[in-house]
Ligand binder design. Structure first.
Ligand code: IPM
Ligand code: MG
Length: 372
C-alpha cells in the first residue's frame, strides 16, 4: 500500500472550480492506474475566502495548506471584488499564501505540442519544438517591497512601490535556475535591467558569483526589454530563463503564447527544502480566473492538468505518472479535440468537462506502466 498524500485543493474563483474539477478527474485516474492514494481537502481562498470568512486567505485555509503535502490551486479574482479595499482583494490571498509558505521559486515550463504548432500567432517554424523553462522569483521584488503606499490627494496625490532584493533571496533562486539548467540543455539566461536598476545590478553580481559553482552551465545575461523582443524573434535560443518577480510575471504570459495559448501554461511554486527533505509546494495554472468565462464549460483545463502533473513529479517523484498525463494530453489533442482557445482547421471544439473526461480516459487506456 502506497502512502497517502495529503493535498489541499483550493479551487478559488471564476473558472477555478471547473478547471480544478478536470484536474481531480485526472488525479482519480492516476490513483486507479498507479495504485496511489491522495487525500483531498477542499478550502476557500481568493474571492471564495472573502465570501466564506471575510478575508482572501482564511486562517483555516492557510493552516490546511501548511499541514498538507502539496497545494493544488485553481485561480483567484472576480470583477465583483474590484471595488473592495485593495488590501482584501482576492489576489492578495494568492500573494499571502506564496509568502506564508515561502514559495520563492516559480517554475513555468513552456512546452509546445507538435499538433498545436499552427495554433500560435507566431510562425510554426519559429515555435515548433519549443521547450523553455521560465523560473520566476516569487516572494520578493516589487510585489512585496516596503515602503509602498498611496497618499495625498488631488495634484498632491502620489503612490510608490519598492523593488528590493537581498543577496540571499537572489542566491537561492539563482541556484534553482542553475540546477534546472543542469537537468536540461545547460543554458541559463538571467534576465534583468542592470543598465538602470540597482536591484538588477545586485542580481547580476550574485548570479555571476553562483555561476562559479556550476561550470557546466553556460550563463548569459539579457536586459528584460531585449528578452521580451527575443522571445518573439527567436524563442528557441532559450533553455532556462531566470528572472525576478515582476519581469517573470510579464515574460511568462508572453512566453505562454509560444505554445498557442495561456491555457496551456502550468506552474509549480516551491519553497526551501525542509528537514524531512520535502518542500512546501503549490501548483496552479499560470493564467488568471477569467471571470467572463466562468461557469460556461468553455475554457481550457490543460494548464491545470499539467500543474497536477508537475505536483506528481516535483512533490512526490511520480515521474512516470506525470509523463503519462503528458502523453494522454498529447493523444487527445492529436485526435483533434480542443477547447476554443486552441482550435484549428479540422479540429473538434469541446467544452472543459469533455476535454477533462477525454484526458482521464486516455490516461487509463495507456499501456500498463511499471509500478511507480
Ligand atoms: C500570476 C498572476 C498573479 C501574479 C496575480 C493573480 C496576483 O498574474 O500568477 O502570474 O501577478 O503573480
Ligand atoms: Mg501573471
Amino acid at each position: 500500500m502506497s502512502p497517502t498524500h495529503k493535498i489541499a485543493v483550493l479551487p478559488g474563483d471564476g473558472i477555478g472550480p471547473e478547471i480544478i474539477e478536470q484536474a481531480i478527474k485526472v488525479l482519480k485516474a492516476v490513483e486507479q492506474k498507479f495504485n496511489l492514494n491522495f487525500e483531498l481537502t477542499y478550502a476557500p481562498m481568493g474571492g471564495a475566502g472573502i465570501d466564506a470568512a471575510g478575508v482572501p486567505l482564511p486562517p483555516e485555509t492557510l493552516k490546511l495548506a501548511q499541514e498538507s503535502d502539496a497545494v493544488l490551486m485553481g485561480s483567484v479574482g472576480d470583477f465583483k471584488y474590484d471595488t473592495l479595499d485593495p488590501k482584501i482583494r482576492p489576489e492578495q490571498g494568492l500573494l499571502q499564501i506564496r509568502k506564508a509558505l515561502g514559495l520563492y521559486a516559480n517554475l513555468r515550463p513552456v512546452k509546445g505540442y507538435k499538433c498545436l504548432e499552427h495554433v500560435s500567432t507566431l510562425k510554426p517554424e519559429v515555435v515548433n519544438g519549443i521547450d523553455v523553462m521560465v523560473i520566476r522569483e516569487l516572494t520578493g521584488g516589487i510585489y512585496f517591497g516596503q515602503p509602498r503606499a498611496r497618499e495625498g490627494s488631488g495634484t498632491q496625490e502620489k503612490a510608490y512601490d519598492t523593488l528590493v532584493y537581498t543577496q540571499p533571496e537572489i542566491e537561492r533562486i539563482a541556484r534553482i535556475g542553475f540546477e534546472s539548467a543542469l537537468s536540461r540543455r545547460k543554458k541559463l539566461m538571467s534576465v534583468d535591467k542592470a543598465n538602470v536598476l540597482a536591484s538588477s545590478q545586485l542580481w547580476r553580481d550574485v548570479v555571476n558569483t553562483v555561476a562559479k559553482d556550476y561550470p557546466d552551465v553556460e550563463l548569459s545575461h539579457m536586459y528584460v526589454d531585449n528578452a521580451a523582443m527575443q522571445l518573439i524573434l527567436n524563442p528557441k535560443q532559450f533553455d532556462v530563463i531566470l528572472t525576478e518577480n515582476m519581469f517573470g510575471d510579464i515574460l511568462s504570459d508572453e512566453a505562454s503564447m509560444l505554445t498557442g495559448s495561456l491555457g496551456m501554461l502550468p506552474s509549480a511554486s516551491l519553497g526551501e527544502r525542509k528537514a524531512n527533505g520535502q518542500r512546501n509546494a503549490l501548483y496552479e495554472p499560470s493564467h488568471g480566473s477569467a471571470p467572463q468565462f466562468a461557469g460556461q464549460n468553455k475554457v481550457n483545463p490543460i494548464a491545470t492538468i499539467l500543474s497536477l502533473a508537475m505536483m506528481l513529479e516535483y512533490s512526490f517523484g511520480y515521474s512516470q505518472a506525470a509523463s503519462q498525463i503528458d502523453t494522454a494530453i498529447e493523444q487527445v489533442l492529436e485526435a483533434g479535440y480542443r477547447t476554443f482557445d486552441i482550435m484549428g482547421p479540422g479540429a473538434t471544439e469541446v467544452g472543459t468537462a469533455e476535454l477533462g473526461d477525454r484526458i482521464a480516459a486516455a490516461l487509463l487506456a495507456l499501456p500498463a506502466a511499471v509500478a511507480v
